[in-house]
Design a protein around this ligand. Structure first.
Ligand SMILES: [Zn+2]
Ligand SMILES: [Zn+2]
Length: 458
């Protein structure tokens, strides 16, 4: 089996893995780098552009896993795109939104590479999307090969518990099996139930390592973290301040909305409107529609019915009065520029009544990361557009991650018991922790940290 890591970065970056097995070729994920601009954000497709690709399989619909799919499909026009039935409901919306974001960035930041693809291309691509249920073997070879009597390795999706539609991907060849975790969560979230990677066995494991450098504080529990967040929200609302929780539109937004709905139902915070972004609203509707098909809790909770959701347009943000205790769950999670969350945060930062609570990861090099690291009264550069600000608002950091803890992933690697494990989707320190732990606990496993673009035979 031959594998090429196409992520251009040694950090989380843009996920894309090329795999060759039994003379069939597959691309797993086609992401876009969230912190790079223009063509530099793309996976290293040029490394494999001469390969005769049979299919593309998508683990889930986050930008760092699907954001460059139309570009990949230009390189490999014959390849069908395989995904779970729930990802199928989301993917078109995600890609059309990417076009809109790129058009805006071209206009506001002069990034002339953008857009890397158009709405028309997304529509043409959608014809090649194919959806499948989890836990069913799928045949995915190109038609010509099937006619020639060649049978592809089976491919099978396993629910990954990370966000709606997320899946790990198993590829079962004649004599070797590969498993790719995608982004995985082994604990229950408020809506999403834990991954169902039961009985997965593979010769080769490609594993995410997002949390490899995160040691949870002593006594940490998710429930404790939710209590702490609840108390913090209650305090801010009681003093008439507003709460902004920056959140990615897909997954994190719905988890936070579900939490707010449950808190309101239990009378722990007052019933009141929740302000969200337009894209958050679109995905929230899909979460509601697919509640009974998803592997989740609270299937009867309908966020669009049980909460009073108010969609905020970006131009409203500048005039809206920030009094009387309002709740905002807005994109982007890291307060990147040109987003509603960035613009609202900028209005709140200098006001000590207001609070900005982080409920997900914010990279230190983003406005969110810089705000998280700031101290009360400190002046710092928030973003290029905003310049220097002095922080007077309250901030908080709540660990409600949708990624498996490093211990849970390590246990999983032991259960899969692969001959070779490839470490990806994590920073250098995170991958290093896994390498050392695996060497210690499972000395027979071969560990590879594949460099960008390097072809490895396993
Ligand atoms: Zn993800
Ligand atoms: Zn990811």
């Amino acid at each position: 089996m031959r594998i090429v890591n196409l992520n251009p970065d040694s950090d989380i970056g843009a996920s894309a893995w090329f795999v060759e097995l039994d003379n069939f070729r597959l691309l797993m994920d086609a992401g876009m780098h969230p912190k790079r601009d223009g063509r530099a954000a793309l996976p290293l497709y040029s490394e494999v552009e001469r390969e005769d690709l049979d299919a593309i399989a998508i683990s889930h619909c986050h930008h760092d896993h699907v954001g460059s799919l139309p570009v990949a499909m230009r390189h490999f026009p014959k390849a069908h795109v395989l995904m779970t039935d729930l990802s199928y409901c989301l993917l078109g919306r995600v890609l059309h939104n990417s076009v809109n974001v790129m058009l805006r960035q071209r206009e506001e930041h002069g990034i002339n590479d953008y857009p890397l693809f158009t709405h028309d291309q997304v529509e043409e691509n959608e014809v090649q999307f194919q959806c499948f249920k989890c836990n069913r073997p799928i045949e995915w070879g190109a038609l010509q090969k099937a006619r020639a009597g060649l049978r592809s390795p089976d491919l099978e999706f396993f629910d990954a518990g990370h966000a709606l539609g997320s899946a790990g991907i198993l590829v079962r060849g004649k004599s070797q099996t590969l498993f790719y975790t995608g982004d995985v969560c082994f604990h229950d979230q408020t809506l999403q139930r834990a991954a169902r990677f039961c009985d997965v066995q593979a010769d080769v494991l490609i594993m995410e390592t997002t949390r490899g450098d995160r040691l949870p504080p002593p006594g940490f529990t998710r429930e404790g973290e939710i209590d702490r967040l609840t108390g913090a929200i209650q305090r801010v609302l009681a003093r008439g301040g507003c709460v902004l929780m920056p959140a990615f539109a897909l997954g994190r937004t719905q988890e936070i909305l579900a939490l707010l709905a449950l808190l309101m139902e239990a009378g722990r915070i007052p019933r009141q409107p929740v302000h969200i972004g337009g894209l958050g609203r679109v995905f929230t509707e899909i979460y509601d529609q697919k509640a009974h098909l998803a592997n989740r809790w609270h299937t009867d909770l309908k966020l669009t019915r049980d909460l009073q959701l108010v969609v905020l347009e970006r131009d409203q943000l500048h005039s809206m009065k920030l009094t009387g205790g309002r709740l905002f769950v807005l994109t982007a999670g890291m307060l990147t520029e040109c987003t509603p969350a960035h613009d609202l945060a900028l209005r709140m930062i200098g006001d000590e009544r207001q609070a900005i609570f982080f409920v997900g990861y914010a990279d230190p090099a983003t406005p969110g990361g810089r705000l998280k690291a700031s101290k009360p009264g400190e002046t710092f550069v928030f973003s290029a557009a905003a310049g220097e600000v002095t922080r007077r608002c309250e901030t908080g950091d709540f660990d409600l991650t949708a990624h498996a803890s490093r211990e849970a992933l390590l246990d999983f690697a032991g259960k899969v018991s692969p001959r070779t494990v490839l470490l990806g989707h994590g920073g250098p320190a995170a991958r290093q922790w896994f390498e050392e732990q695996i060497r210690d606990r499972y000395p027979k496993m071969k560990i590879i940290q594949p460099a960008p673009g390097l072809s490895v035979e396993v």
